[in-house]
Write a protein that binds this ligand. Structure first.
Ligand code: UT7
Length: 311
């Protein structure tokens, strides 16, 4: 039995924070942000919207999109580094909010690689026959751990949620291969220092450029595919320059790469499901297309997978 994606959902807060507004908050410029990162604006959740709210909205849409109800969900995995509380998990709040049965629910902490970690975990439960439908959500309220006096980080991050229902699909479709990895010696380059995110941008940049390319090539090989077989590439949306270097390494044409960082900035675990959602809804992904998704981030951790689209 193969596990694939049956439905998708997303939630984006209404409030848009533009580069022009950031120019008034820190010593930066629209030009610097655009040319160094590709980001034009990002979304910021209001005080009364926490990760659990955003996750619930995205989850409900994904369940509808899969043609299911909350009753059909057998497990909930929420990838997040910005839970509402230290405990309980966001997943347990989503279980209650959507009215699911008393199923297993837990959070996965793998920063920007979190959605890939969640999807790969879901695959194990589906393919072993333990669960039929696993709800995987990437959600972040990064604005609550962003220091809006630190120009090195505050221009980068945003808030959002993306969700997928993972379940059985027909032969040859679904998640074909994956790679997950961690190098904890890189912790010092990206972590939450007290209340806020600390990041050594240059070090993370070097790691990301190397890892995104390598992991993508590894999962293509593991799936017995060639670079030319890739129909759509969904890199974690952190920085247009990092994405561009990975794209060139794979030789994927520019129109075949997801690009949402301009609109939403870096929303950590939610960038990949949101980018996938938008590509599918815009008709950029068709039945039987081979998709490569790759994420990297704090840990340092990374994850990649290949997926053949369709049920
Ligand atoms: O989800 C995973 C987490 N993070 C990432 O993927 C981030 C990876 N890193 C990056 O995307 C890039 O390193 C950044 C966008 C963060 C920075 O770009 P960079 O080209 O690596 O710039 P830099 O760190 O080498 O800094 C160049 C200059 C510095 O000034 P000096 O020391 O040369 O005088 C910075 O202080 O740019 C300065 N700078 C800024 N200037 C205007 C840093 N942030 C800003 C800013 N506005 N917002």
């Amino acid at each position: 039995m193969n596990a694939g994606i049956l439905g998708l959902g997303k939630y984006l807060p209404e409030r848009v924070l533009t580069n022009a507004e950031l120019e008034k908050m820190v010593d930066t410029s629209d030009e610097w942000i655009r040319t160094r990162t590709g980001i034009e604006e990002r979304r910021i959740a209001s005080d009364d919207i926490q990760s659990s709210h955003m996750a619930t909205m995205a989850a409900e849409e994904a369940i509808r999109d899969a043609g299911l109800t909350a009753n059909d969900i057998d497990m909930i995995l929420v990838a997040t580094i910005t839970p509402d509380y230290g405990f309980p998990s966001v997943a347990s709040m989503v279980q209650h909010n959507i009215g699911a049965r008393h199923i297993p629910a837990m959070d996965v902490s793998a920063a920007c690689a979190g959605f890939i970690y969640g999807a790969v975990t879901a695959k194990q439960f589906v393919e072993s026959g333990v669960c039929k439908h696993v709800l995987v959500i990437g959600v972040e309220k990064l604005s609550k751990i962003t220091d809006y006096t630190d120009r090195n980080t505050c221009v980068l991050f945003g808030d959002a949620a993306g969700a997928a229902v993972i379940g059985p699909v027909s032969d040859g479709k679904g998640i074909l291969s994956f790679e997950l990895g961690t190098d904890g010696s890189g912790l010092k380059h990206l972590f939450q220092d007290g209340d806020y995110i600390y990041m050594n941008g240059r070090e993370v940049f070097k790691f990301a450029v190397r890892q995104m390319g390598e992991s993508s090539l590894n999962v293509i090989e593991k799936a017995n595919l060639q670079k030319e077989d890739v129909d759509y590439f969904i890199p974690h949306q952190a920085n247009m320059r990092i994405m561009e270097s990975a794209r060139q390494r794979l030789g994927v044409p520019v129109e075949k790469m997801a690009y949402t960082v301009n609109k939403y900035g870096n929303t950590s675990s939610s960038t990949i499901p949101i980018a996938l959602y938008e590509a599918v809804k815009e008709g950029k992904i068709n039945d039987d297309d081979v998709i490569v998704m790759v994420g990297f981030g704090g840990g340092l951790s990374w994850g990649a997978l290949t997926l053949r689209w369709g049920k």
